[in-house]
Structure formats: C-alpha cells, structure tokens
Design a protein around this ligand. Sequence first.
Ligand SMILES: [Zn+2]
Length: 241
Amino acid sequence: MPETRTYGRRRRQLPTTSSTEQAGFEVGKREAVSGRVVSTGSGGQTQMAGWDAMEKTASASGSDMYLKVDDKPLVIKIVGDGPFDVYNSHWIDEIEDGSKSVRCWGTPDCPLCQIGDKAKRFSACFDVISMEDPATPVLKVWEAGIKIARQLKDIATDGKRGPLNRADLYFTIKKEQKKKSVEYTLERVKERDLYEEYDVEPLTEEALDAFVAEAHQWGDVVKEKLDEEAMAEVVDLVMED
Ligand SMILES: [Zn+2]
C-alpha cells in the first residue's frame, strides 16, 4: 500500500496537541541516542550519557513493537475493528536460544501438534496507539489473550458499544499479578472523559489518520511461522528429552 511507504516521513510530525512539542522531543531523543559527551562540571568529561543512549537504542529495537501492560491503567486507542492476526503457540521449554514460544502452524501437519505437544497459548494481535506518554503516542502491537479478546469481541459486535475503532472510543488496560496467574482488566473510556480521568488529550484527527495508514491489514503476521527446517530442529529438541 503506497501510504504505508510515505508514512515514515509523516510520522515525525505526528501531533497530539502541539507539533512543536513533538519536534522538540524528537530532536532531544536523537541527541541522547548519539550518546554525546556530557561535562561533569569538575573539568573532566564523562560518557555516562552513553549508558542512557544504550537503553534508549535497545528499547527502540524490535522487542519494543509490542504493547507492554503493567499494573497502572494504560490508555490505548484501538486502530482496527478487529485483530489482524490470530494464532496459537506452543511453549517449548527446551529452547534455550531464542523465543520459547513457537507459532503453531494451525494445520493438521503442524510438527509439534503431531508429536502430541498442545498449542496452549492463544494470541489475538491488535494495532493500538499507546498513550503512555500522551505527548508522544506510538503505534504498538497488542497481543491479547483469549479472555480479553472475547471481551473485545463482545464490544465489537455490539451495535451500541462498538465498533472497537469508534472515533470517540478509547480503552484502558492493566494487569494484576495474582498468586497463580496474571489478570487483565479492560475498560472503555469515552473521549470526553479522557482528560478528566486520565490527563490524556484525545488524538487529533490528523494523527489518528496517520496511524491508521500505518496499521496492519488482516492477514499480516508479526510472529512468523517457523519453516520446516527450523520446526524439525525444535521437534528434535523436544524428542531428545
Ligand atoms: Zn501446532
């Protein structure tokens, strides 16, 4: 899609309330990432800023693509009217190098299913705009489990509460660590209550359009299936045990 290509240019100008604030943020970030030397004030110089740059650079890499939910309600806006990808994963403890979670092929010929391993983890992937830093909204992939995905489906298919990407509809999501499990809580927030309840200014129409242009389409995949060779290696690992 051509819009997706030109979007990288537009992203830098994404405003929520003020485009100058946004520009200032970007400039500041770039300087920090370059790890410039900061004077200690005692005549010497230090490269302590490099550590800060290291963390910022690391968090800007691929692992940061996913929405991170914690115990404080996080304001998000869902971009599409449904998940763009849905799958189950096998959890392979024997994998020491790399992700232990392996996408099930979802077909009768999935090698892990064939050796009797059950794909126990369900994921539904949604594009969401994280308003964690309200001045700098970011597009993230939210990997929701079955419980939350069902709640979202109920809202999506309800003529009065849905669709998920209704212009005036935002959500908050938080998680709570229980004794044996993690519990997620989803709440709908109307745009008109956003500022009062969460100190978050709604997105401008322009910003929202830009995110929509960058969003995934149904059938896009962020967690790739392993190919036959890699899958055979995983099966070997499990069988060796
Ligand atoms: Zn499988």
